[in-house]
Design a binder for this molecule. Structure first.
Ligand code: SF4
Length: 501
């Protein structure tokens, strides 16, 4: 595929361009065109608000700090930065420009001896390598400008910090000294800058997008640009290793149903072969013996359990960590015995900003007894939510011990492909298994996934104040969404029983 990058898109080389280039050269080019054309994918507003609050808190640790206003012209911002540096004033949002390189770290701190410290506030889980690369880039620009940078620091959220009654900002953040950790990335940064310059200056053919450098086709939004011939094909839905996708693409095979299994039997995994066969025959595939073994592990009464959680960066419930998932809602269907027609339903949602864990544990411990099976989709998550809540409320430890061995992961038959339907389109998520297996779906719901539920509830409690009790309609939508997940588990269980009858 040919694309055209106007040279002015590469007038300046920035941190994000360097990181994108190292991720994948095609990604760098395609992302550049997309973001310059104004189509940049935006993060949810609430996610950005959380990031902004963390950065604001980190900045507050530096007393005398001036915030450089946003300038429309980067050169003006650079001039203002120079004025502040000359006046020995520490600043937030500095803009450093050397030739075609722009570095804009979060903070530039003037140290007592007049030297400088570059500080970056990292709010998400950045790869260590990426941090080294962009700090090395900042250092290179600073050196070209003859700035006396003596220290490189990254401020991270301390994942071990536990909120104890009042917020302790000093312990919430972790300061990591990178001054002596960036040297190994210097050559990589220099080479990347040279490669980008060659593309911009036309020394290298900047127009070609080649697919065989791809290492992340399944997770990339640019797959149709790099693999244009796939069009309506479903090759990228092939489960497990994606290495074979390039091989098949080069052989002009774009649909799973067109793969001659016998020619690729050495390269395809067992699960991939099941998936391909299901597509070819347009039939569901299952292994009765394995499904029956799974069903034999389920004892009555069956508790179908699902939590919805929030995981704020800045913890606000006592004795929680940053990013800890705290359940605010559960749905529980209980199928008492195989003779009873339908399961009974229970749920709980915290309808005010108070800590939801005491009510959730009290309610669940009354409903879930020591016998039977607790069926969850990816049960690790539900177990962890209960475990961490009990850590805070140890009076429920005995109850947890009495049920700990009763959890069972409802996803097991679908991860192992003991059941697979071509209708799942390669997915093993509950939302895709449910319609494929039973015909029911989540489509009618206002809330469609757990991530949205998380953000919606977080926004709801953050808008709660003495003068404002937010509309409760959203709580009903959350309850409906969670209820559908446990109803789905029941429907799936029942369908598997029918298959094995
Ligand atoms: S589909 Fe692959 S090659 Fe294309 S941009 Fe994404 S990761 Fe890079």
């Amino acid at each position: 595929m040919n694309i055209s990058i106007p040279p002015n898109y590469l007038k300046y080389i920035t941190k994000s361009k360097i990181l994108n280039f190292n991720k994948c050269e095609n990604y760098f080019k395609l992302n550049l065109i997309q973001s310059q054309d104004g189509n940049k994918r935006k993060s949810p507003i609430l996610y950005n608000l959380e990031n902004d609050r963390v950065k604001e808190l980190a900045r507050s640790l530096y007393g005398k700090l001036e915030i450089l206003p946003k300038f429309n012209d980067v050169l003006e911002a650079f001039r203002e930065t120079q004025i502040k540096i000359d006046a020995k004033i520490s600043i937030s949002h500095p803009v450093l420009i050397s030739k075609d390189l722009i570095a804009s770290p979060d903070l530039l701190i003037v140290l007592e001896d007049g030297s400088l410290e570059i500080v970056e506030i990292v709010t998400s889980v950045n790869a260590k390598k990426d941090i080294e690369v962009f700090l090395s880039f900042y250092l290179l620009v600073s050196k070209e400008l003859d700035l006396p940078v003596k220290k490189l620091t990254v401020i991270k959220i301390n994942s071990n910090y536990i909120l104890e009654e009042s917020f302790d900002i000093q312990n919430f953040f972790k300061f990591v000294d990178y001054t002596n950790k960036v040297e190994n990335s210097t050559a990589l940064v220099q080479n990347t800058i040279e490669s980008i310059r060659k593309i911009r200056d036309g020394v290298q053919d900047e127009n070609s997008i080649i697919h065989n450098i791809c290492s992340n086709i399944k997770g990339c939004s640019f797959q149709s640009a790099c693999f244009p011939d796939i069009k309506d094909g479903d090759l990228t839905t092939l489960r497990e290793s994606s290495n074979i996708i390039n091989q098949l693409y080069d052989a002009n095979i774009f649909k799973l149903s067109d793969i001659p299994i016998e020619n690729y039997s050495e390269d395809l995994t067992k699960k991939q072969i099941i998936q391909i066969q299901s597509n070819k025959e347009e039939l569901e595939k299952y292994n009765i013996n394995n499904l029956q073994s799974f069903l034999d592990r389920i004892k009555f009464p069956v508790y179908y359990l699902d939590f919805e959680t929030i995981n704020p960066q800045i913890p606000f419930y006592n004795k929680t960590k940053a990013f800890q998932h705290v359940p605010f809602l559960y749905s529980l269907h209980i199928w008492k015995d195989i003779e009873s027609e339908e399961p009974e339903h229970h749920d709980f949602i915290q309808s005010n900003p108070n800590d939801p864990r005491p009510s959730i544990l009290k309610s669940l411990s009354e409903l879930i007894q020591g016998e039977g099976t607790i069926l969850c989709f990816n049960d690790f998550f539900e177990k962890r939510c209960i475990q961490e809540s009990v850590h805070f409320l140890p009076e429920y430890s005995d109850w947890l011990e009495s049920i700990r061995g009763n959890f069972l992961d409802a996803a097991i038959p679908f991860k192992s492909l003991d059941y697979y339907s071509f209708k799942q389109k390669g997915s093993a998520s509950l939302k895709d298994i449910l319609p494929a297996l039973t015909g029911a779906s989540h489509e009618h719901l206002d809330i469609q996934n757990g991530h949205s539920a998380n953000l919606i509830y977080l926004k709801w409690i953050q808008s709660f104040s003495a003068n404002n009790i937010p509309n409760g309609k959203v709580l009903e939508q959350l309850r409906e969404y969670c209820k559908m997940d446990t109803w789905a588990l029941y429907l799936i269980h029942k369908k598997l029983l029918e298959i094995c009858k």
